[in-house]
Design a protein around this ligand. Sequence first.
Ligand SMILES: NC(=O)C1=CN([C@@H]2O[C@H](COP(=O)(O)OP(=O)(O)OC[C@H]3O[C@@H](n4cnc5c(N)ncnc54)[C@H](O)[C@@H]3O)[C@@H](O)[C@H]2O)[C@@H](O)CC1
Ligand SMILES: [K+]
Length: 503
Amino acid sequence: MRIAGVEMMREIDRIAVEEIGIPASVLMENAAIACVRNLDLTKGYFVVVCGRGNNGGDGFAIARHLYCMDKEVDVFYISEGSDYKAETRTNFRILKRLGVPMTPLSGETMWSFREALKDADVVVDSLLGTGVARPVRDFLRQVIQEININSRFVLSVDVPSGMNADTGESMGQVVDADITVTFQCMKRGFLNYEAMPHLGKIAVEKIGIPGPVEAKAEKGEYLTDHSLACSLIPIRDKTGFKGNYGKVLVVAGSQGFTGAALICTEAAISTGSGLVTLCSREEVFQSLVLRLKEAMSLHPDKLEDGVSRADVVVFGPGLGNFDVTFDMLLLVIKSMQENGGRSKTLLIDADGLNVLKDRTEILTHLDFNVILTPHVGEMSRLCGLSAEEIQKSRIDTARSFALEHKCIVVLKGFNTVVTDGSVVYVNPTGSSAMAQGGMGDALAGMIGSLCGQGLEPLEAAVLGTYLHGYIGDELAGERYVVKASEIIDAIPGSMKRLQDSRK
Ligand SMILES: NC(=O)C1=CN([C@@H]2O[C@H](COP(=O)(O)OP(=O)(O)OC[C@H]3O[C@@H](n4cnc5c(N)ncnc54)[C@H](O)[C@@H]3O)[C@@H](O)[C@H]2O)[C@@H](O)CC1
Ligand SMILES: [K+]
């Protein structure tokens, strides 16, 4: 599914109407029907609050549909504007002629508006959509406050009124929706954490604009679809043997952090790697060897040999933020440059990222694929921006870092951003039930494993993140929190189910 900002939505609309010839009134009608589909029609009394733009026009059309269904509907509108666009005016006039109760909002009608909001089973918010162009002040601000204080359940049409659909920021006052029915594409601003409390559940509804029209205006930003993730799961050949499914070398684990090494290694095995080897720091090597079953072990003295044999190196979980970790990373990089280059992938996670602070230039001229999997704190150390700055612009931060350093960035957190600098996939799965130590180690092992099984690094990162969160969501249905080891146990079953579901 594509992600769009305001300018892209306008362009999609323009192409659909002007170049393809789809009447704007058809789009508005489809938008209204899509909203009605998301309303609880067992309810009887609806209040629709309409602004002056086409968002308001959607609201007038929604009110008509509800009226046709014999629902009790009250429409409140900002004012009868001579500036209505044609489709909005048409829908306004139809309602007038039908005799649907319509009240212009003003100081005098505020009392009856408030009472209607309190009585309504559902309030439809179509005051402002993507066209919010200036700070929300004075009267409109008061109208939004009344909606927030008095409503039982609010459906926002396209965008919670007062929210900037590009940034997710409040323009002064924002409607608190229970559900936001947004049209055609996921709005970019909805992915900012600041926006989330206002959005409620998000339903992205097509309104009759064909995919190729969207594609003409697109900016290479997508939400990972379930169907895309399912299609990426590698098909295992009946005659395949372990050598076909990738040799993954995990370089992980030091004193106090042996769990990270084991989790990462086990995750790679459970995701389907043919051969997984763990190389740990000397002081924990012996104890870790005893705990490995399917995986092999490699003494750190043999690191170079191990790298030369591996297809993928996952470097960093639990290695410690020490000079020796940086030295090991340099050794890995040198060995990968000398042995195989292009066909190999290096995934750097956790302490592998921490030791890159102020040294990221070493990533820029490598012959092989590099994937970085930072959480926001690690990203902050890598790029020098504060955590707050990054959280406000997660997509842009990840994208520009990936472009500059010629690598793939997986910026973890809710709505993990996966990008190679050219395209962006935002991951919709996962939740704070997964916010525990070890989760990132599991993700690193999963992505590394998928690279070794032949997926392009970007595909591996997209699928790995999706799967990781998807399994977490499945488990969180029955648990307060989900442990990394539970994710690992569930990987093979979930991959099989998802793969079978595409048949
Ligand atoms: N393909 C599309 O893009 C479609 C868009 N539709 C709807 O059209 C909406 C966009 O319509 P518009 O561009 O007319 O924009 P809006 O309806 O979002 O708002 C524009 C109106 O609000 C006023 N306004 C803006 N900021 C204000 C503020 N802070 N305080 C007071 N008034 C303010 C403007 O002067 C203008 O009259 C979408 O959100 C969607 O709901 C649908 O009708 C279907 C098709
Ligand atoms: K709205």
